[in-house]
Ligand binder design. Structure first.
Ligand SMILES: *[C@@H]1O[C@H](CO)[C@@H](O)[C@H](O)[C@H]1NC(C)=O
Ligand SMILES: *[C@@H]1O[C@H](CO)[C@@H](O)[C@H](O)[C@H]1NC(C)=O
Ligand SMILES: *[C@@H]1O[C@H](CO)[C@@H](O)[C@H](O)[C@H]1NC(C)=O
Ligand SMILES: *[C@@H]1O[C@H](CO)[C@@H](O)[C@H](O)[C@H]1NC(C)=O
Ligand SMILES: *[C@@H]1O[C@H](CO)[C@@H](O)[C@H](O)[C@H]1NC(C)=O
Ligand SMILES: *[C@@H]1O[C@H](CO)[C@@H](O)[C@H](O)[C@H]1NC(C)=O
Ligand SMILES: *[C@@H]1O[C@H](CO)[C@@H](O)[C@H](O)[C@H]1NC(C)=O
Ligand SMILES: *[C@@H]1O[C@H](CO)[C@@H](O)[C@H](O)[C@H]1NC(C)=O
Ligand SMILES: *[C@@H]1O[C@H](CO)[C@@H](O)[C@H](O)[C@H]1NC(C)=O
Ligand SMILES: *[C@@H]1O[C@H](CO)[C@@H](O)[C@H](O)[C@H]1NC(C)=O
Ligand SMILES: *[C@@H]1O[C@H](CO)[C@@H](O)[C@H](O)[C@H]1NC(C)=O
Ligand SMILES: *[C@@H]1O[C@H](CO)[C@@H](O)[C@H](O)[C@H]1NC(C)=O
Length: 833
């Protein structure tokens, strides 16, 4: 036995701290006087190993209960009993039949083993008298499930008759100084085994009846914030009860109340409400609904009462409340009011809020900012709606932490009226003149059916924010086009670029975002306009006019996630007559593989007889090239296979024509001749085939070939603006004759079908479509003709009688209209030879 004990002691010395060894050796004697009415219970946790027991004399047991008047000596059979045992020390105090032991409450008895322990004071008292618990240090209420940093917590319950109401759970170091209760109290103090705390931290006194469930007093001396909950939270406050919170604060401090979480029960009689006694208020008590905005900026002490109702027995519901009281010094600006005149605004809401709202509520420790509609009606966020004038003030040390978010909806009720109207998308001065930073101004533009939206910036023009050319303005516009199903992020744009207008098919959200303080100065020159225009078929169309020598970077929407499947975007680039534009793509290929359909890049200069450059996703993108006339760039997507995305970027640089021409002439004079001959030969061959054979025309159903609504853009007599229409051609088109030859079939006259529902010009329309050629395909091409099935699943073939007007005649007329473009001349020459 001695040897065994020595071995155990050695093991303990190796494994445990010396203190634990001492405890293991120690025996405890707990002597309880009968008159103290204290019962000590030591309980083993289910997780305890069998070796860990309580030994009284030479008998071991899992649990020990020492009753009043008993005197017991015991030891633990293991070295770390704090891991496996807990202890309750329950004291019954009877204030009904005997004298009440008022004053400081002691942690009795002394000499207890170091175990997690719960001291319980079960006080019986008459419901005619009040009991007051006074704490040092003061307490802080915690939500159910929360724990205290030092694991020391108080749980206070009120016992009236047989019912127990949980007043709350509290940690030390808060502002709750006193809790007054009616009738009995069941008070529990939990201490961890290693706590140095050796006092209960409270005393009990009797008071006159408080005529309510309880009164909780908080003393707030400094700037602070506290959170309190109704009894039983998150369960229901007892039916038809009344309770009060008293807040004691210096008269030179201000308090604001915020109800964060509440629910109401189903009242049969009376109304659930809160009542405030506010010193100096002419209308005490001030009664509020729980749903009301609660008073703010209260000077000095006040009290707040919660009144329940008679609940519906069948469906009582739950009355509960979690609220916060914030105490601050008076703010310097509290008497400064700002006039916000939204009386002339339309369909606009303006919200002033703390930064990060509503995702992030400020931490309890952070100084808060309040926005007040009147001196006592303040909140963390204030929403103003158009049509009224507001006088607001700020209770905030640091206004830079406040933000404004505004939203304006523009829709079209009467189409005839709004199609002629130009709406200005600018931030009202009522907002820009406030000392608060504008975070976001959102315009929600709702296009009526069969109408599109056009955004212009006539004087500033827009720049697209791209990695190569970042916006460095104090604000930018993010444009998102939304159908009920999807959103297309058109891009981020800022003033000072070359984009004149953007037309979009769907409902649009334009969000102005500001960066830094510069917007205040720049807000005077806002220049964004919106109008409703006839429906366009492309998802969006950009009109770009690069300044001389400037480089415009343009990229496809939804960057960098790729253009959605089947979406078609076009850019119309204006090239003044004395300028030449250089167009270059930032990569060689589209970088996608199509699962369904085909993707194309089409480039077409807007000049009679101009060649259209067409590139499919499996071809190289065009080399940098010079453009002498206004031209179109169109990108239309297929449904790409997974993990490939169509993202294209290109630049347009505009320069004086003379210089550029000289360079090109010099180059062409040397090396261009041979290629020019090659082109000529090839194109002649193809042209002849085309005029002899019925042409097989194909139309990609996924690509919109209708022109965007852009009346007034072109002032030429003939509506040449249609000439950009992308007749997307498949190889089948170029090789149509080969297919027929090889199959030996005689097909009907087939022509290209081009749906057209745009305006019809006054002069004869240009010959049905323009020449369907792939200029680069002119060079010897050894590609095999694609299998018929290959093109059938994504293209339609239309056949109809050829009209009398031939393509050749169109080309001939255009040929006379000699262009200054050298390359173009070559190609045109070739095509009609
Ligand atoms: C406890 O010890 C006493 C004497 O010390 C002995 O008489 C008694 O039998 C022991 N009881 C048990 C259960 O070991
Ligand atoms: C004291 O309590 C112990 C343990 O419950 C018990 O064995 C003992 O008989 C009690 N003594 C008296 C005097 O009640
Ligand atoms: C408890 O018992 C011990 C010895 O067993 C004795 O010294 C002590 O005085 C007793 N205390 C009381 C309060 O009976
Ligand atoms: C004692 O209290 C601490 C802290 O509350 C806890 O982590 C530990 O599990 C408790 N021990 C037992 C035996 O309950
Ligand atoms: C202990 O309890 C008894 C019966 O409940 C009671 O008569 C007595 O006054 C209580 N003692 C104290 C100190 O409260
Ligand atoms: C309360 O304050 C004391 C002294 O500042 C500190 O030691 C203790 O950890 C604090 N307790 C809590 C729960 O914050
Ligand atoms: C509690 O502990 C402190 C030191 O930690 C000591 O000064 C004080 O006397 C103790 N109080 C009681 C009632 O034991
Ligand atoms: C408010 O109550 C709901 C429901 O009980 C809960 O999910 C939420 O966390 C509570 N919020 C706060 C701040 O306590
Ligand atoms: C509330 O405050 C008023 C005025 O200070 C006071 O008359 C009243 O007794 C207080 N009520 C409670 C329940 O504290
Ligand atoms: C604001 O006005 C009130 C009433 O006129 C005055 O009592 C208070 O001192 C003023 N506050 C400040 C910060 O000037
Ligand atoms: C007002 O704006 C909302 C969206 O913010 C929109 O749904 C509504 O149609 C607009 N009303 C008018 C008359 O423009
Ligand atoms: C634009 O929004 C309105 C109202 O929400 C809706 O009726 C209309 O269908 C939307 N238009 C488009 C193109 O999504």
């Amino acid at each position: 036995m001695a040897a065994g004990r020595a071995l155990a002691a050695l093991l303990a010395a190796l494994l445990a701290a010396s203190a634990q060894r001492l405890q293991r050796e120690a025996s405890f004697t707990i002597s309880l006087h009968t008159m103290d009415n204290v019962t000590v219970t030591i309980k083993q946790k289910p997780s305890a190993p069998p070796s860990c027991r309580i030994r009284v004399r030479n008998v071991t047991r899992p649990e020990l209960k020492i009753k009043p008047g008993n005197n017991t000596t015991f030891t633990f059979t293991c070295s770390t009993p704090e891991k496996y045992f807990i202890m309750d020390i329950e004291k019954k105090i009877d204030c009904v039949s005997g004298p009440c032991p008022f004053g400081d409450v002691h942690l009795y008895p002394p000499g207890l083993p170091r175990l997690n322990r719960t001291f319980i004071w079960d006080v019986k008292a008459s419901t005619k008298a009040g009991l007051e618990l006074k704490f040092t240090p003061w307490l802080k209420q915690i939500e159910p499930g929360e724990t205290c940093p030092d694991s020391l917590s108080y749980n206070i319950n009120s016992c009236i008759d047989q019912a127990t109401v949980n007043i709350g759970t509290f940690c030390r170091n808060g502002s709750v100084s006193r809790v007054k209760l009616l009738g009995g109290v069941l008070m529990a103090l939990q201490l961890p085994w290693n706590s140095p705390v050796n006092t209960s931290g409270f005393n009990i006194a009797n008071r006159a009846s408080i005529k309510r469930l309880c009164i909780i007093e908080s003393i707030l001396k400094e700037e602070s914030s506290i959170t309190l909950m109704s009894p039983n939270y998150p369960l229901g406050f007892p039916e038809d009860e009344l309770m009060t919170w008293q807040f004691v604060l210096p008269s030179n401090m201000r308090a604001s109340v915020f109800f964060h979480n509440y629910s109401l029960s189903n009242c049969e009689r009376k109304e659930e409400r809160v009542e405030y006694y506010i010193p100096g208020s002419p209308s005490n008590p001030e009664v509020f609904k729980l749903s009301d905005s609660q008073p703010a900026n209260i000077a000095g002490s006040f009290n707040l009462s919660l009144q329940g109702c008679d609940q519906d027995a069948q469906n009582p519901g739950i009355l509960r409340l979690l609220f916060q009281v914030v105490v601050q010094h008076p703010q310097v600006d509290e008497n400064v009011t700002h006039l916000v005149d939204l009386s002339k605004e339309w369909n606009t809401t303006v919200t002033i809020h703390f930064e990060g709202w509503p995702i992030r509520t400020p931490l309890m420790s952070e100084p808060i900012c309040l926005i007040c509609k009147d001196p006592r009606n303040c909140d963390r966020a204030l929403t103003l709606v158009s049509g009224a004038i507001y006088k607001i003030s700020f209770l905030c040390k640091d206004l830079s932490r406040l933000r404004i978010t505004a939203e304006k909806g523009i829709s079209c009720v009467d189409l005839r009226w709004c199609q002629r109207k130009i709406y200005s998308l600018s931030v009202p001065s009522a907002i820009t003149q406030l000392p608060i930073r504008l975070h976001k101004f959102i315009w929600k533009l709702l296009a009526p059916d069969l109408n599109s939206i056009e955004i212009t910036s006539p004087s500033l023009k827009l720049q697209q924010h791209v990695p190569e050319q970042r916006c460095n303005t104090s604000y930018s516009y993010s444009i998102v086009s939304a159908t009920p199903e999807t959103e297309l992020n058109v891009g981020v744009f800022c003033p000072g670029g070359s984009i004149e207008k953007i037309q979009m098919r769907n409902n649009i959200t334009v969000s102005l975002k500001t960066f830094g303080k510069g917007f205040l100065n720049e807000s005077n020159h806002q220049d964004l306009k919106m109008s409703f225009v006839p429906h366009i078929k492309d998802e969006c169309t950009f009109t770009v006019s690069p300044e001389p020598k400037a480089k415009a970077y343009l990229q496809t929407p939804n960057w960098p996630y790729g253009l959605p499947p089947y979406v078609s975007i076009s850019w119309y680039i204006l090239v003044p007559s004395k300028q030449v534009a250089r167009l270059g793509f930032s990569k060689d290929r589209m970088g996608i593989v199509c699962e369904t359909g085909r993707a194309y890049v089409n480039i077409k200069e807007e000049t009679p007889g101009a060649e259209e450059t067409v590139r499919r996703e499996d071809e190289l993108l065009p080399q940098p090239r010079s453009m002498y006339h206004n031209f179109w760039v169109n990108v239309s997507n297929c449904k790409p296979v997974e993990r490939t995305q169509l993202t294209l970027q290109f630049q347009v640089t505009s320069t004086e024509k003379q210089i550029d021409l000289g360079v090109i002439l010099a180059v062409v004079a040397g090396a261009g001749v041979l290629t020019a001959i090659g082109l000529t030969v090839c194109c002649v061959k193809k042209k002849k085939k085309k005029s002899q054979d019925p042409m097989v025309g194909v139309y990609n159903p996924n690509v919109n070939t209708q022109m965007p609504g852009k009346q007034g853009l072109f002032t030429k007599g003939r509506k040449t603006n249609e000439s950009h229409v992308y007749a997307v051609i498949d190889d089948a088109m170029v090789y149509g004759h080969l297919l027929k030859e090889s199959n030996g079939l005689v097909s009907p006259e087939v022509d290209v079908y081009r749906p057209f529902d745009g305006p019809v010009g006054s002069l004869p329309p240009s010959p049905p479509p323009f020449s369907f050629r792939k200029d680069i395909k002119c060079s010897p091409n050894t590609e095999d003709p694609p299998a018929l099935t290959d093109m059938d699943h994504d293209t339609y073939t239309f056949a109809h009688q050829k009209s009398g007007q031939s393509e050749d005649s169109g080309d001939t007329s255009e040929e006379k209209n000699t262009s200054t473009s050298l390359l173009e001349d070559k190609e045109q020459d070739g095509s009609v030879e």
